[in-house]
Design a protein around this ligand. Structure first.
Ligand SMILES: C[S@@+](CC[C@H](N)C(=O)[O-])C[C@H]1O[C@@H](n2cnc3c(N)ncnc32)[C@H](O)[C@@H]1O
Length: 269
C-alpha cells in the first residue's frame, strides 16, 4: 500500500505540469483562483486555530473503523481526539483549495462523506457563509461515529457556522440514499471516507444522476491503494466525466460538456 502511494507520488511530481493547463481556459482559471498558492489568508486563521486545539485535545472518544480499515472483527475501541486529528484531517493547503472552489463557483448544494472532526466541513461552510450570509443553503456532511461528530459540532459552534451545516450521523451505506433524496442537484460531492474501490464506485454512481454541468465531485486519497487508483481511473473514463484535475491528494471531476475531454495533473506542494 505504502509503496503504491510513494511510487505514484514521485510519478505525479515528475509528470504534473502547468503547460497543458494553458490550453484549457477553464482549468487555467481554476488554477489561478483556487489551486495556486494564495498569500496567507487571515480569514483561515480562526479555523487553523481550531485545528491546533484539536491537535492538543486529550479527550477520549469511542471509535470503530467504518471505512477501508474496518473488518468484521473490528470492535469499538477508544481513541484520543489529538490522534484522530493528526491521522484524519485534510492538510490546510487542500482544505483551503476546497474552500476556494466553493467560493469561486458559489456552490451551495454540497454533500461531504466523512465529517471527522469538522475541519474541512468548516472550510466549506465558511465559503458558503461568505457567499450567502443571509440565504438558506444545503450543505450536508455525514459521519458514522457519534463521538467524533459531537467534536465536529463543537467546532461549528465555535466558528459560528452551525446554521450552514447539516450534520448527519450514520453509515454512508445507509444514509446516503436519504440524503440524496433531499437534493434536486448537487454542486459539490466530496467523498472523504471509506476508501475502498467498491464503496467509492457505489457513492459515485449514486450521486452521478444529480450532477449538473457545473458540478464538481472530489475524491480523496486517489493513490491510497491500488484499488483506489483503479476507482479513480474508472471514474476518469466515465462517459459523463469531461475534465479531471489530479492534485495527487485529491482528484477533481468536472462535467462541463462545452469543453473537450481532458485530464490534468497539477502539483500543489
Ligand atoms: C478522513 S476522515 C474525514 C476528514 C474530513 N473530511 C476533514 O478533512 O476534515 C474520514 C471519516 O469518515 C468516517 N467514515 C468512514 N467510513 C464511513 C462510513 N462507511 N460511514 C460513515 N462514516 C464513515 C470516519 O469515521 C472518519 O471520521
Amino acid at each position: 500500500m505504502k509503496l503504491h502511494y510513494f511510487k505514484n507520488f514521485i510519478q505525479h511530481y515528475l509528470t504534473s505540469t502547468l503547460i497543458d493547463v494553458l490550453h484549457s481556459p477553464f482549468v487555467f482559471d481554476l488554477y489561478q483562483t483556487a489551486i495556486k498558492k494564495q498569500k496567507h489568508h487571515l480569514k483561515f486563521k480562526v479555523i487553523e486555530n481550531c485545528r491546533t486545539n484539536l491537535l492538543k485535545n486529550n479527550e477520549i472518544v469511542s471509535y470503530s473503523d467504518l471505512g477501508a480499515g474496518s473488518n468484521i472483527l473490528s470492535t469499538e475501541t477508544k481513541k484520543v481526539v489529538k490522534h484522530l486529528a493528526k491521522a484524519h484531517l485534510k492538510p490546510a493547503r487542500i482544505a483551503q483549495i476546497i474552500h476556494q472552489i466553493v467560493l469561486k463557483y458559489k456552490y451551495k448544494n454540497i454533500i461531504e462523506l466523512g465529517t471527522s472532526l469538522g475541519i474541512t466541513a468548516s472550510y466549506i461552510a465558511s465559503a458558503i457563509k461568505e457567499n450567502y450570509p443571509f440565504e438558506e443553503t444545503n450543505f450536508t456532511t455525514i459521519e458514522g461515529i457519534n463521538d467524533v461528530r459531537k467534536v465536529a459540532l463543537k467546532q461549528f459552534e465555535t466558528l459560528e457556522l452551525s446554521k450552514y451545516v447539516n450534520s448527519i450521523e450514520g453509515n454512508f451505506n445507509v444514509k446516503l440514499d436519504d440524503v440524496l433524496s433531499n437534493y434536486e442537484t448537487i454542486d459539490m460531492f466530496f467523498i472523504d471516507g471509506n476508501h475502498t474501490y467498491e464503496a467509492t464506485m457505489e457513492y459515485f454512481y449514486k450521486a452521478l444522476p444529480l450532477a449538473h454541468n457545473d458540478s464538481v465531485f472530489i475524491f480523496d486519497d486517489i493513490y491510497w491503494s491500488p484499488r483506489m487508483t483503479k476507482a479513480w481511473e474508472e471514474i476518469k473514463q466515465n462517459n459523463d466525466v469531461y475534465q479531471t484535475v489530479d492534485l495527487f491528494f485529491i482528484g477533481l471531476v468536472f462535467f462541463r460538456t462545452e469543453q473537450n475531454r481532458q485530464h490534468f495533473k497539477l502539483r500543489v506542494f
